[in-house]
Design a protein around this ligand. Structure first.
Ligand code: SF4
Ligand code: SF4
Length: 421
């Protein structure tokens, strides 16, 4: 179905029941109808029917959404609030244009692999000049205002990227499976230890892991802002790279990358059947690393990891890839881990570029999420999305909490290392 027909179809699915009030992190903090999917869908309807003119004020309202998919996952009518809001953003970009900063980052830097890689390589050299150490030595803080909020703690760029640290083919004797690892930017540039842990645990369980050097950013920030043309450009490049490699699965360590590959790539090519077929073929093979492990009957008995651990559900992993049980299963099976469930499971407030544009609102959402995570008494928050990790680590540093954030596979890799002595 063409994108426009689909939008028209899901537009009428909202019955105004208000169930999305219970789950929307923006509504939770702001408490206004325009923060909510129901209010935003009403705006989108009015825009489509010509009852309202698209003004900067309306565009701003549509911009205040994390694209977390909580409304969509919990909507009894099947209204897909996040998709409808993105349609509004696309219209707003067409009619009102984009800022020069957005244009530089999303249309010049991000879609061109070599400019992006060169920029980050230079950033690695210059990061000590433009950043200073964060509170208690955690992460770094900007020294000068250049688009990042001056209070924001971010992880430093790793001295060596994951792709520099590991070969393209990470094989084992008589592999049971062969998977492609779509690393995403965060694991490649900021948290390569997560990618190394992923390769270790998959290799340990007889899985060969290919890390294609030519893969690029999944394009999620561009897609979420409604910039279809540039999101397609980025998707096309990744589809080409991934389609060329024969593998049983395309594995991710980040819920947002997984959602981009699994759901958004096919949606982006709704008017191009040949490309859509390729995107669908890739989407069908996308799996979170915890899905691959649990489907494999991975090795559970291992060394001891004596830690109190809770789990944070990344919105895109839970509501997009429908993965929430598998990481819990893995954590509970690690010997020594005292697993404490966080019953509330709020959004962390990241929302990709949302936290860059709306830092105050995003940190209010983070604070609520962290309060609940800290109340479990855990010392480690495990999660399956590195954007969530960055957001939570910022909040932890701001609040001086005694919490660490780790990817689930890092804890499993620690258990395997402990067993090896
Ligand atoms: S978007 Fe869904 S949950 Fe929200 S008011 Fe409409 S029907 Fe109800
Ligand atoms: S996608 Fe998330 S932030 Fe946006 S309206 Fe839905 S629940 Fe609220």
């Amino acid at each position: 179905m063409l994108h426009d027909e689909r939008i028209e179809q899901i537009l009428y699915k909202c019955n105004r029941c208000g169930s999305c009030q219970q789950v929307c992190p923006v509504y939770d903090v702001l408490g206004v109808e325009s923060g909510l999917a129901r209010g935003k869908i009403r705006l989108v309807k009015a825009l489509r029917h010509g009852e309202l003119e698209l003004t900067r004020d309306i565009a701003k309202k549509l911009d205040i959404c994390l694209q977390c998919k909580r409304c969509t996952a919990n909507c009894p009518g099947g209204a897909e609030g996040d998709t409808l809001i993105r349609w509004g953003r696309t219209e707003s970009q067409k009619k009102l244009g984009v800022s020069p900063v957005y244009s530089l980052i999303a249309r010049i830097l991000l879609p061109r692999r070599w400019i992006f890689n060169t920029g980050l390589a230079m950033g690695k050299i210059g990061q000590k000049v433009i950043f200073r150490p964060g509170p208690n030595g955690q992460g770094m803080l900007p020294r000068i205002p250049f688009g990042l909020d001056m209070r924001r703690v971010i992880p430093s760029l790793a001295a060596q990227t994951l792709k520099q640290r590991l070969p393209e083919v990470n094989t084992v004797d008589k592999p049971l499976q062969r998977v492609v690892y779509f690393t995403g930017c965060m694991a490649n540039y900021c948290y390569p230890q997560v990618g190394e842990a992923l390769v270790q645990v998959l290799n340990h369980n007889g899985v060969e892991v290919i890390i294609p050097k030519l893969q690029h950013c999944c394009g999620m920030p561009v897609f979420a802002s409604g910039d279809i043309k540039f999101a397609r450009l980025m998707a096309r490049e990744n589809i080409k790279v991934l389609a060329e490699i024969k593998a049983d699965a395309i594995v991710v360590s980040c819920g947002s990358c997984g959602l981009a590959l699994k759901e958004h790539y096919p949606e982006l090519f709704a008017d191009d059947p040949a490309m859509q077929r390729k995107a669908q073929e890739i989407a069908a093979r996308v799996k979170d690393v915890t899905e691959v492990l649990t489907a494999l009957d991975y090795q559970k008995g291992a060394g001891t990891v004596n830690e109190k651990v809770t789990y944070h559900d990344p919105c895109h992993l839970k509501n997009g890839l429908k993965v929430s049980e598998q990481p819990r299963q893995i954590l509970k099976n690690i010997p020594g881990i005292n697993y404490i469930e966080n019953e509330h499971g709020r959004c962390c407030g990241s929302g990709g570029s949302f936290s860059l544009k709306h830092y105050d609102l995003s940190t209010k959402i983070t604070d609520r999420c962290l309060q609940e995570l800290a109340a479990t008494g855990a010392e480690i928050v495990a999660t399956g999305c590195l954007a969530c990790r960055m957001q939570l680590e910022d909040g932890i540093a701001q609040q001086g909490l005694n919490l660490k954030v780790r990817h689930t596979v890092e804890l499993l890799a620690a258990a395997y290392r402990a067993a090896a002595g």
